[in-house]
Design a protein around this ligand. Structure first.
Ligand code: ATP
Ligand code: MG
Length: 413
């Protein structure tokens, strides 16, 4: 993409209300724009990052046989009455969507109230199970004081997967598979090393649920980490655990701040009972469907990545989620740089090409650091004369000079 055509600009001026590092960096780089508290627009650069994250998640969900669907944001209140969640949620995070022509519609804060009656229309025999469906869809939550930037929005995209089983054993097997898929998602998006499977309270159907907690000072959670077992316990249940690691019972746990990037939960028949979602089992008897649900917040993950990978100059994107792999900078060499740009595009490399003519070298470099693409490639009079280009990784200061052929090889390798 030609940077001269990119409608967003980087900025030094950010609203006083952005206290979090992730939002400050994302707004300054032109990735997002804040409309009001907890509500953000995603601009071309920011949307590219979101789509990268979305695609990693989609690939891993497909690997565990998830079937992608898209459910509505709106839901009749009566569905929440059926699950007895209306009173609780209406007094808390639930948004209402009243209008002149409609009554009793709410904005979904999660989709159990949609997916469960939906499945009732398609599932009737044990032969229809197991089954898993997922979506990427906006959730609406009236979070009391969203002050963590994109980590906690009032409107945000969640990947939510729901699974349906004939037995608890079958759910348990699938739950472990999703746990592995989540590991791969966080590894691939760059935060694997900092992300720990965390024991959290489980509700009425299982002792625990599990969260994926990424260590960061910006997080709103506190976890107790067992370095030996590489698992953690959420502060909310540490007393029930008598302060011990649930695996090895060690008591010396490290208290750390973290952000919950994902959450997996055995629902049992909590929702299938409400909607009478049953199937006929092998004996021809009616049997309640056992459910699991599995969430990842896309903005939460993106903001966490930003919180971890940055320096005083800006963001340092991990390659798999970077808006572009290469930031190509022309210093009065647009003709040569354009040829290289075309060559890279043809080779399948994603390039942001800073072809702006009235902007000086210092500003171009500063903006490239702020935007944070993994590789910066510079064409100047000096490099062109030497038949070379300058290349530098965003993560370190070392500058290299190589031929264009070597560059293409390096970027494809
Ligand atoms: P939290 O404890 O942080 O409020 P939650 O337990 O309410 O989260 P879930 O309902 O399990 O979250 O949602 C699944 C995932 O959605 C979370 O793991 C998180 O990644 C993301 N998420 C939850 N709330 C928000 C929010 N307000 N903004 C962005 N992402 C969110
Ligand atoms: Mg939680």
């Amino acid at each position: 993409m030609y940077q001269s055509k990119l409608f967003t600009k980087t900025t030094k001026n950010i609203s006083q209300e952005e206290q979090s590092r992730n939002a400050q960096l994302l707004v300054r780089g032109g990735f997002v724009d804040r409309l009001t508290a907890g509500v953000y627009s995603f601009l071309p650069l920011g949307l590219r990052v979101m789509k990268k994250i979305e695609n990693i998640i989609r690939e891993e969900m497909n690997k565990v046989d998830g079937q992608e669907i898209f459910m509505p944001a709106l839901c009749p209140r009566e569905n929440y009455d059926k699950t007895d969640r209306y009173e609780i949620l209406a007094g808390d995070i639930l948004f209402h969507a009243e209008s002149k022509h409609t009554k009793n519609l709410v904005l979904n804060q999660s989709h159990e109230e949609v997916i469960t009656p939906l499945m009732k229309k398609f599932v009737s025999s044990y032969k229809d199970l197991p089954l898993a469906v997922y979506q990427f869809q906006d959730k609406f939550r009236a979070e009391p004081r969203p002050k963590s930037g994109v980590l906690r929005g009032r409107e945000f995209i969640m990947k939510d997967l729901y699974s349906f089983h004939i037995s608890q054993d079958d759910l348990d097997i699938y739950y472990d598979k999703v746990t592995d898929a989540y590991r791969r998602i966080f590894d691939r998006s760059g935060v694997g090393k900092e992300t720990y499977l965390t024991y959290a309270s489980g509700g009425s159907f299982s002792k625990y649920s599990h969260e994926f907690q990424t260590l960061t000072e910006a997080g709103e959670d506190i976890i107790y980490l067992c370095r030996d077992c590489q698992v953690a316990v959420n502060k909310e249940i540490i007393e029930d655990q008598a302060g011990k690691c649930p695996l090895c019972a060690k008591e010396e746990l490290e208290q750390l701040k973290s952000a919950e990037v994902g959450n997996i939960f055995k629902l049992g028949t909590r929702f299938s009972d409400s909607f009478n979602l049953t199937v006929l089992n092998e004996k021809g008897e009616s049997s309640p469907v056992i459910m699991g649900c599995y969430g990842i917040g896309l903005q939460r993950l993106m903001g966490t990545i930003v919180e971890i990978f940055n320096d005083d100059k800006g963001i340092i994107w991990p390659e798999a989620v970077a808006p572009f792999k290469v930031h190509l900078i022309s210093l009065d060499q647009n003709e040569n740089a354009n040829k290289l740009y075309q060559k890279l595009i043809e080779a399948g490399v994603e390039v942001l090409f800073d072809d702006r003519e009235s902007v000086g070298a210092g500003q171009k470099f500063a903006e490239a650091d702020l935007i944070g693409c993994p590789w910066r490639v510079v064409l100047s009079q000096k490099t062109t004369t030497a038949g070379q280009v300058e290349i530098k990784s965003r993560g370190d200061e070392k500058v290299e000079y190589i031929t264009e052929e070597a560059l293409v090889k390096k970027l494809l390798g």
